[in-house]
Design a protein. Structure first.
Length: 72
């Protein structure tokens, strides 16, 4: 697979991942146990805000692999 195509596909997958992650995080944040407790809410948003990085790491690693090069 060409490097440019891999980066394009990876960018689209990353956008979808972040959008879905944000929507799920917002829905979970409405649980009364999280919503009513300020300390728990703070820690939840810290974890949810940084949590998307772990699933994104393999995608970025796949995007940055070298592949077939375009002949010029």
């Amino acid at each position: 697979m060409f490097v440019r195509l891999r980066k394009f596909i990876g960018a689209i997958v990353l956008f979808v991942l972040v959008a879905v992650w944000a929507l799920v995080a917002m829905a979970v944040a409405q649980v009364p146990a999280i919503h009513d407790n300020a300390a728990l809410s703070f820690f939840y948003y810290a974890v949810a805000g940084l949590g998307w990085v772990l699933p994104a790491m393999p995608i970025v690693a796949w995007m940055s692999r070298s592949g077939r090069k375009v002949q010029e």
